[in-house]
Design a protein around this ligand. Structure first.
Ligand SMILES: Nc1ccnc(=O)[nH]1
Length: 411
């Protein structure tokens, strides 16, 4: 009888009647069919439980995780709000912590957050490291280290992120370039916080120059406040199309979109589709959101992110993407059965596409998957509990070790 590395028996798959076996060999899914006649190094009895591709988090400020406790009490009230003032206040409070930035403690915090991600089957993270005069390259160096530690378990894409702006902050251009030389995976940006539209356009143009020079994807936080006058998403989309950076750009937040006049929104959606831009919305750090339903209806690739874990912007979070779906389901009032299924796609297939990681439970795909404890998507979202098994790159993740690294007691 033929042999494979891992055989998952009697898995329930989304959209499939009956149960299937899944064979994994050399990191790939090699067969999916009922009752496969194979032996394996490891056999996992799914026993009718739901098995899907693993989760991805396309937006996490990983250098800031667990910095909330480093802030004074009064500053902790400044969570992200709908207004420009509140958004800027959170950035300002977070920025004070950065004077104390040191690679050593950021590594420890980030390790804990990435281990939590592994526990929840969240195996691909686009992780932002602040790159500016205060943070210097401490956060970036820390995240590069953690990326290497978790290689093969959780894939971390490190984004060089000019949190305080580029034109506003002299010296940031040089730091961004140095970050790319040191091995950052993605060029980040935040043009909406520059002082003028002209400066925002220059910010975007600088980031694309860097991305083209280093052949990297671009991820930008855009229009992150409830002001319909913020329109850097459009400038970003036009630039992406002009440079043929098709499918290589991800737009984060875009909250202002919820207040755009409808005719402008529809024109904008056309521009997004032309450049194949993905949009990630983070339900936790609301209250305003990109127009998720409208974008989905027009076939824009939308996904959901975790954004923050216990920092100036958001006090909770644990890298559990089913928890993100649970919250999004309430905030977006997407609770019909087909809508819950759609939300599940936003943290699996769509999230993977947004960060250029193919996540699909199909023959020939890399074997990144979760064996959940529940039997269907509705129950999985209801409980948003830890998967029973997590497989990354065709290998079983040691969940006991991940619990330890995450600082949780073993059960
Ligand atoms: N939610 C956010 C976290 C970090 N930086 C931001 O600008 N926003």
């Amino acid at each position: 009888m033929k042999r494979c590395d891992i055989l998952v028996r009697d898995a329930r798959l989304r959209g499939c009647a009956g149960l299937n076996d899944i064979a994994i060999c050399d990191g790939l899914i090699t067969a999916i069919a009922p009752s496969l006649a194979l032996t394996a190094e490891r056999i996992i009895e799914a026993d009718g439980r739901l098995v899907t591709e693993s989760f991805a988090n396309p937006h996490l400020h990983l250098c800031k995780v667990w910095t909330l406790t480093m802030m004074e009490d009064e500053a902790r009230q400044n969570y992200h709000g709908a207004t420009m003032e509140k958004a800027m206040a959170a950035i300002e409070v977070a920025s004070r912590v950065k004077e104390r930035y040191a690679e050593s403690w950021i590594v420890e915090n980030a390790r804990r957050a990435v281990a939590l991600a592994a526990l929840y089957g969240n195996l691909h993270i686009r992780a932002f490291a602040d790159v500016d005069g205060k943070a210097r390259l401490e956060g970036l160096n820390a995240l590069l280290k953690v990326r290497d530690e978790f290689r093969g378990i959780v894939d971390v894409q490190v984004v060089a992120f000019p949190q305080d702006g580029i034109l506003r902050e002299p010296g940031t251009r040089e730091l961004m370039r140095e970050a790319m030389i040191r091995g950052a995976d993605v060029v980040g940006g935040i043009p909406w916080i520059e002082y003028t539209d002209k400066a925002a356009a220059e910010h975007i143009s600088f980031c694309f120059d860097l991305a083209q020079e280093f052949d990297k994807d671009v991820s930008m936080l855009l229009d992150d406040a409830g002001d319909p006058g913020l329109r850097t998403l459009e400038t970003f989309a036009i630039e992406a199309a002009a440079r043929s950076w098709t499918g290589r750009t991800l737009a984060h937040h875009c909250r202002a979109m919820s207040q755009y006049p409808k005719p402008y929104l529809h024109r904008l959606i056309g521009t997004l589709l032309a450049a194949d831009i993905s949009i990630v919305s983070d339900p936790h750090t609301g209250p305003l959101h990109a127009c998720v339903q409208e974008l989905l209806a027009e076939k824009v690739n939308v996904c959901l992110g975790q954004d923050d874990i216990s920092d100036a912007y958001y006090p909770y979070g644990r890298n559990n993407m089913l928890e993100v779906v649970f919250l999004a389901s309430h905030l977006l009032w997407m609770m019909a059965r087909d809508e819950i299924e759609q939300l599940y796609d936003l943290v699996t297939v769509n999230a993977g596409k947004a960060i250029n990681v193919p996540l699909k439970l199909a023959v020939g795909s890399p074997a990144h998957m979760v064996v959940l404890s529940e039997r269907d998507v509705l129950e999985a979202v209801r409980f948003h509990s830890e998967p029973a098994c997590v497989i990354s790159h065709g290998r079983l993740v040691d969940l006991r070790q991940m619990r330890e690294l995450a600082g949780l007691r073993s059960v």
